[in-house]
Design a protein around this ligand. Structure first.
Ligand SMILES: *Cc1c(COP(=O)(O)O)cnc(C)c1O
Length: 463
C-alpha cells in the first residue's frame, strides 16, 4: 500500500513513513493510492467479531507490508485494552431507529483516544530499532492535547511538547495534560490565546533552522493513521445494525472533517452507508460548502462546542482530492486560491460527488439544548454538547434507515453546558477520579517565538 499527496508533488510513501511524517512536503495530505475494498461476505463475517478483530480486518490493507497481522493485532489489543467498556465503542439505542455510538470510553473521555491510543503505539513500534527520535509539537484548545499526551506518555523514542493557552482550557482538560508526570511529556502554558499558540507551532514547522535540527511530527487529524483507526467503528456499528444487508446512516459532529471523512473511507471500502450527515455548530463553513459550494472562512464564533469552533477544515482537502478526479495539481491550485483569499468554490464534480453521500446541517444553540433535553427526558441519556449537535442534525433526517449519532465526548468533560441544558451535572467516571489530587507540571511562557523555540530546543533530542 502506497500513499500519495493531495497536492501531487511529494513522493509516495509507505504506511510507516506516512505515519511518522504527518503532513506531506508539498503541504498536501496523504491518502491511499487506491481504496482497498472488502467484499459483502467479508463484511458479513464481521458480525460476530470483537472490536479488536474488526480493527485488524479493516486496517490490515492500509498497513500493508509494514507489519504482520499478528503485530497489528497485538497493538490493537494494547490500545483498546485501556478502554473502560468491553465493546470499546458500544451502541446505545435511543428510539426505534436512532442510535448513539459511544466513542468516549478511552482514558481521556473523548473520541480522539480511539485513534491516538493506537497512534502512540505505532510511533513506538516504527521507531524501535531506528536511530530516529520524534519530537511532537502541538497546540491544543483541550481535547487533542490530553488524548495525545496520554497516548505517548512514557513511550520510547518520542517527546511531546504541547502548548495550551493559559487559563483558557477547562480544569479537567488542563489536569489531564499536566498531571501525567512522564519525563517525555512537556506542557507549556502560553500567555495568549489558542490561535497564538497554534501560530507558534506553525512557525516552528516552517523554520528551516529549527525543523532541520529535530524530526518534528504532528498529532492532529491530518495524520493518516488517525483517520484509519476511525474507519473501524463505522464497520463495527453498521454490522451490528444489519450491514451489509441493510444500509446505515451516520450523523457526525464535525470540526476538522477527520471523523466524518473516516465514514467516507468506510463507504469507499464497501460498507453500505446511506448518508453521512455533517453536523456543524454556527461555525458552518462545511454546511455552506456542502449545500452551496461556497467554502469561505468567516470569523470563528466561540460556542459550548469548542472542538467544532473551526473555520478551516483541514481534512476536507482529502475529500476534494478524491472527488476531483485525484488531480493533485488542480487541487494545489484550488487550495492556493483559498489560502490567498480565505474563500473558494467547489467544482461541479466536487459538489455533485459530495451530494451523493453527504448531507449537512447547521445546528444553533437552541436546537443543541433541545436535543440534550430530548435525550435526557426520552432516552435516559446525558449527551455532551458536541454529540447533541449531531443528534439534532440526525433528528432532521429521521427515516426508515437506522441512524447512528457519533457521541464524541463524555458529558462530564463539558459539565457546565450539560447542567445548563438539563439541570443535571454529570459525574466524572471513577477511572479519572484522582485527577484533582495529582500533582501538576507545566511551565508558563510568553507568546514569543524565541522563548518557546528555545525551551523546546533545550529539551528535545536532535536528529
Ligand atoms: C475533535 C472533536 C470533534 C470534531 O472532530 P473532527 O474530526 O475534527 O471533525 C467533535 N467532537 C469532539 C468532542 C471532539 O473532541
Amino acid at each position: 500500500m502506497r500513499y500519495v499527496s493531495t497536492r501531487g508533488r511529494a513522493a509516495a510513501l509507505d504506511f510507516r513513513e506516512v505515519t511518522l511524517a504527518g503532513l506531506a512536503s508539498d503541504a498536501g495530505l496523504y491518502v491511499p493510492e487506491v481504496w482497498p475494498t472488502l467484499t459483502r461476505d467479508e463484511i458479513a463475517a464481521m458480525a460476530g467479531l470483537s472490536y479488536v478483530d474488526t480493527a485488524v480486518t479493516v486496517m490490515a490493507p492500509f498497513v500493508g507490508e509494514t507489519m504482520t497481522r499478528n503485530e497489528l493485532r497485538a497493538l490493537c489489543e494494547q490500545a483498546y485494552g485501556r478502554f473502560s467498556h468491553a465493546a470499546v465503542t458500544p451502541l446505545v439505542q435511543l428510539d426505534h431507529d436512532q442510535w448513539l455510538l459511544e466513542l468516549f470510553h478511552g482514558p481521556t473521555l473523548a473520541f480522539k483516544d480511539v485513534a491516538l491510543q493506537l497512534l502512540g503505539l505505532l510511533f513506538e513500534r516504527f521507531l524501535t530499532g531506528s536511530s530516529d527520535h520524534l519530537t511532537i509539537v502541538g497546540a491544543t484548545s483541550g481535547d487533542t492535547g490530553s488524548a495525545a499526551i496520554d497516548a505517548v506518555a512514557g513511550r520510547a523514542g518520542v517527546d511531546i511538547f504541547m502548548l495550551h493557552p493559559e487559563g483558557r482550557v477547562s480544569d479537567v482538560q488542563r489536569r489531564q495534560m499536566t498531571t501525567v508526570g512522564a519525563p517525555n511529556v512537556h506542557n507549556i502554558a502560553i500567555r495568549g490565546d489558542f490561535d497564538q499558540a497554534q501560530a507558534l507551532v506553525k512557525a516552528m514547522f516552517n523554520d528551516p533552522a529549527f525543523a532541520g535540527r529535530f524530526r518534528l511530527s504532528a498529532v492532529n487529524s491530518i495524520n493518516w493513521a488517525r483517520l484509519m483507526a476511525q474507519v473501524v467503528y463505522y464497520f463495527y456499528a453498521a454490522v451490528r445494525l444489519g450491514a451489509p444487508d441493510r444500509a446505515v446512516a451516520f450523523s457526525v459532529p464535525t470540526g476538522n472533517f477527520g471523523d466524518v471523512f473516516a465514514g467516507y473511507v468506510a463507504a469507499k471500502m464497501g460498507l453500505p452507508v446511506e448518508r453521512l450527515i455533517v453536523a456543524t455548530n454556527v461555525n458552518d463553513i462545511l454546511a455552506r460548502a456542502l449545500t452551496s459550494g461556497d467554502y469561505s472562512s468567516r470569523q470563528v464564533v466561540q460556542t459550548p462546542t469548542p472542538s467544532m469552533d473551526i473555520q478551516v477544515s483541514s481534512n476536507f482537502e482529502r475529500l476534494l482530492f478524491d472527488l476531483g478526479h485525484r488531480d493533485g495539481h488542480a487541487l494545489a491550485e484550488q487550495m492556493r486560491g483559498f489560502e490567498g483569499s480565505r474563500a473558494m468554490r467547489l467544482t461541479n464534480a466536487q459538489s455533485e460527488g459530495a451530494a451523493a453521500l453527504f448531507a449537512a446541517e447547521r445546528v444553533d444553540l437552541d436546537d443543541m439544548a433541545l436535543a440534550m433535553r430530548w435525550a435526557h427526558e426520552h432516552a435516559c441519556q446525558t449527551l455532551d454538547p458536541h454529540t447533541a449537535i449531531a443528534l439534532a442534525a440526525a433528528q432532521r433526517h429521521a427515516g426508515a434507515t437506522p441512524m447512528v449519532t457519533l457521541a464524541t465526548a463524555h458529558p462530564a468533560k463539558f459539565g457546565d453546558a450539560v447542567e445548563r441544558a438539563t439541570g443535571t451535572r454529570p459525574n466524572l467516571p471513577s477511572r479519572v477520579g484522582d485527577l484533582f489530587d495529582r500533582e501538576e507540571r507545566f511551565d508558563v511562557l510568553d507568546t514569543s517565538y524565541a522563548a518557546v523555540s528555545e525551551y523546546i530546543a533545550e529539551r528535545a533530542v536532535a536528529r
